[in-house]
Design a protein. Structure first.
Length: 191
């Protein structure tokens, strides 16, 4: 992985984090992670965060972290997406475990659901992790067992996170708010 660089404008850091996110996604795609058996991708995610000097926590194959200057008096935003995948089916025309870029699109099992979302949220978290004067706290959770609604997924981690004000969940919904999330209350709001 390329180390994140910072300069006075922050532009090099953004460019580096974007490159890192793509490289991390390629690594996750090439590592099988069927729901309930995501140990290796959890290791990759945990190592990536710790490589950025971020203290991580882990329960089963769920990995989470809080921003460095966490302040209990501030609201907390949960950034969440999952790193498990469904098993590949016989209709695949490409190798599901090979991250292939064709015509500017990255293909591979889990690239859309929900690896792209996950690495984007991780890059955002890394970017803000060391900020001192945020108006809120950030909590990142790379959750497991989402595809099979397993008992060792996000629901098991939530008691360890404290009070959450709201969540940003990375899931491919064609930019529609919570179109088919089980157990959620859907509110369509205008701001």
């Amino acid at each position: 992985m390329i180390q994140a660089l910072t300069d006075t404008t922050g532009k090099r850091q953004h460019s580096s984090l974007g490159h890192e996110a793509v490289m991390l996604l390629k690594k996750l795609i090439s590592t099988p992670s069927p729901s309930g058996d995501e140990f290796e991708t959890a290791d990759i995610i945990q190592a990536y965060l710790e490589n950025h000097d971020i203290t991580t926590h882990r329960l089963h194959n769920n990995v989470w972290a809080f921003n460095r200057h966490f302040d209990k008096s501030k609201p907390t935003i949960l950034l969440n997406s999952h790193h498990d995948t469904v098993k590949p089916n016989g209709a695949y025309t490409k190798n599901p475990y090979f991250a292939q870029v064709t015509d500017g699109k990255l293909y591979g099992l889990g690239s859309n659901d929900a690896g792209g979302c996950l690495v984007s949220l991780m890059a955002t978290f890394v970017h803000f992790h060391n900020e001192r004067d945020l108006s809120y706290n950030l909590c990142l959770v790379a959750s497991a067992e989402e595809e099979n609604s397993g008992k060792h997924g996000l629901s098991e981690v939530l008691p360890n996170l404290g009070e959450l004000s709201f969540a940003i969940v990375g899931e491919p919904t064609q930019m529609q708010m919570a179109t088919a999330e089980m157990g959620n209350m859907v509110l369509d709001c205008t701001c």
